[in-house]
Design a protein around this ligand. Structure first.
Ligand SMILES: O=C(O)CCC(=O)C(=O)O
Length: 295
């Protein structure tokens, strides 16, 4: 049984986070930081199995809905997710899908994982967080690049708190320059909305891309990291990735969090991590963070 003194200590430390000062500074100045290999091989096997099962389910459902074309590329709404198919015509490979967690208990559990939530509580300076959205990106061998973009403009339509979104991309495979690791432009988050490239036709997708030529003096960095690494970044950083020139998949989950109590993107449903909903696990997590000196 916890003592009244311990509970007082918990209540007087509302933001329990293991974020370090160096990470806070990197996030503020450069707009991202990486925690390397925080998920172990056992976690990764579970998540890779889960995402391949999702891929199979989506492919099996692909004949049940119309294919929508945007700028000639294929999109579909299947099993409650928006699917972007690989750019190459005739290939039944998912490039990216959102949301995902409703299709897999393993991904659903990840939302509650303190390896993600704890630093994010510190970044948002809030005692509770809730999920905004989650995405699954497959990049199979030969998979297409992601052109330079910011996430905030994609979400701007209904979201009024774009500055309070923190994303974390979890590499399910080692990410290298060859297999199309994420790239980010440190400092680009200070440039507000970076306008679309002028040299491309004004189309729905091109409107969401960023003209990096306007970011004088800033240089892109490849976010090369081992499988199980997590990259924390904000919704304004200009980022993208190249195609996959290797023989293996480069898969990643991207969870985006916001302060607690806010609903999932374009819904009225709030998905607060279970740790924060109370119970023995919740208390254990809080005590662990507290006695680590996290505050
Ligand atoms: O996973 C990638 O290669 C890029 C992902 C990305 O930029 C995104 O999902 O917004």
């Amino acid at each position: 049984m916890e003592s009244a003194q311990t509970l007082d200590a918990i209540n007087s430390n509302p933001v329990l986070s293991d974020l370090t000062e160096a990470e806070r500074e990197a996030y503020r100045e450069r707009c991202y930081f990486i925690r390397r290999a925080i998920f172990n091989e056992r976690d990764l096997v579970k998540l890779r199995t889960a995402v391949e099962n999702i891929h199979r389910k989506i492919v099996a459902a692909a004949d049940s809905a119309e294919v929508e074309r945007i700028d000639g590329l294929r999109f579909q709404d299947l099993l409650g997710s928006r699917i972007k198919w690989e750019w190459k015509e005739g290939v039944t490979q998912i490039r990216s899908m959102e949301p995902v967690f409703h299709l897999s208990p393993a991904v659903d559990d990840l939302i509650d994982d303190d390896r993600l939530c704890s630093p994010i509580r510190g970044l948002l300076e809030t005692p509770e967080v809730s999920l905004f959205t989650d995405k699954l990106n497959f990049k199979r061998p030969g998979g297409a690049p992601f052109p330079w973009h910011q996430d905030a403009p994609y979400w701007a339509f209904r979201c009024k708190h774009l500055d309070q979104l923190v994303s974390v991309q979890i590499y399910l495979d080692e990410a290298t320059e060859q297999n199309g690791c994420l790239w980010a432009i440190p400092g680009s988050h200070r440039h507000g909305h970076v306008k679309p490239p002028k040299d491309r036709p004004d189309t729905p997708l091109n409107r969401l891309y960023s003209d990096v030529g306007t970011l004088d003096g800033l240089s892109p960095e490849p976010l090369v990291a081992p499988a199980g690494s997590a990259i924390f970044f904000n919704s304004w950083v200009v980022h993208g990735s190249k195609g996959n020139a290797s023989d293996n998949s480069r898969r990643a989950l991207v969870m985006t969090y916001q302060p607690g109590g806010l609903p999932l993107r374009e819904t009225d449903v709030v998905r607060t991590p279970r740790r924060e909903r109370g119970g023995v696990g919740a208390l254990a997590g809080r005590l662990k963070a507290l006695f680590k000196g996290g505050a």
